[in-house]
Design a protein around this ligand. Sequence first.
Ligand SMILES: Nc1ncnc2c1ncn2[C@@H]1O[C@H](COP(=O)(O)OP(=O)(O)OP(=O)(O)O)[C@@H](O)[C@H]1O
Length: 357
Amino acid sequence: MTDSSPPILRINALTKTFDDFTALHGINLNVRDGEFLAIVGPSGSGKTTLIRILVGMDEPSDGAVWLRGTRIDVVPANKRPTCMVFQSLALFPHRSVGQNIEFPLKLRGVAPAERKARALELLDTLRLPRDYYSKRIQQCSGGEKQRVALARALAFDPEILFFDEPLSALDYRLRKTLEKELKDLHRRTGKTFIYITHSLEEAMVMSDRIAIMKAGRFEQIAPAEEIYARPVSKFVAEFMGEVNFFDLVKGAAPGVALSAAASAALAGQTGTLTIRPESLRKLTAEGVADLSFEGIVTAEYLLGSRIQYRMTLATGQEMIVEVLRENAVEGGIGAALRVGCDLSAAHLIAEAADAAA
Ligand SMILES: Nc1ncnc2c1ncn2[C@@H]1O[C@H](COP(=O)(O)OP(=O)(O)OP(=O)(O)O)[C@@H](O)[C@H]1O
C-alpha cells in the first residue's frame, strides 16, 4: 500500500438529503487498497448515512461511488463485492456457528462440502476451535459471537469490509481484546477495512488513517499522529483530546510569554495556538522555554503515572497541564505553577483555516 497506488474506493461529491435536511454535503474520499480507515465523528455527523450508501442500503441524492473503477452506487446491495458487520451482528441465534458462517455462501449457491471447508478455514482465521462449527450461536459468548460475525463477513471474500460500531455493545476488556484482534485480522487478510466509530481511542488503536466527520463533511483525513499534532480546526483539536487554545493576534497571545525566537517566528500571525497538556513541562522561576505560562493550580487529578493540573492564568484563562507523577507540583492546589513548551509543540491553526471548517 503506497500513496501512489490507485484507490480501491473513490467517493465523488456524494450528497444525501432527507427532505430539506442535508446529511452529506458533496463529500470526497479515496480509500487505498488494504487500508484500515476509521471514520469518526459525533452523533449525527453522517457516518451511518455514508456507510449505508456505500453498502447499498440507501441511495445517494447526488455524486458517485467507484470500486476499482466500476461505479457501484447504482448496483444493488447483494451484487456488491463488499460486506458489512453491524453492531447487532445480525446472527441467526438458533442456527449453528457453521450455518451462520456459511449463510452468504449458501445464498451464492456454493456446494455444501465447499461451504464447510471454507467455514472451517474461517474458524482458524478467527482463532475459534474447529468444533465450534456445530455449536449453537446461543451457546457462544459475546466475544465468540463477534468472531463468528467476522468469519461470516469474510466468507465470500469481499473486497471491502465495512464495520458499523461492531464493538460498542461489549464490555471494556472484551472491546480492548477485539480491537487488537481486528487489527491483527486486517493485517493477516490484507483486506480494506472501513470502520465507523464514536470512539477515537478505538480509531487510534486500529486504523491507518482517520477521517473526522462533522455535520456531513470531512474535517480532516490523515493518520492519527498527524491529526493529533496538526489539527486543521479547533473542532478536530478538541475531538482528538484535551487541548489548550490561545488566541494569537498579529504575533501576540495574551497569557503566553514568548521567547525572542518564538516572537520572531510568530510575528504578524493571527489564529489559534493549540498546545496539548502533555507537551508542557514544569519550569523553575529562571527556566526558559519558547512559550511559557504562569498561574495558580486550581485542581489536580491523578491519571496513573501522570498528574493533570488545572491552573488559572493572570488573564483569567484556564489551562490544563499534564506532567509525570515524579514532577508533581509541590503544594498542589493553590500553588504557583510555571510551565513551558517548545514552539514545535504549539500548533497554529491559522484564522482562515478554522473559519472555513
Ligand atoms: N432516514 C432519515 N430521515 C431523516 N433524517 C435522517 C435519516 N437518516 C439520518 N438522518 C439525519 O442525518 C443526520 C446524520 O445521521 P447519521 O445516522 O448518519 O449520523 P451518525 O454520525 O451515524 O450518528 P450516530 O453516531 O449517532 O449513529 C442526522 O441529523 C440524522 O437525524
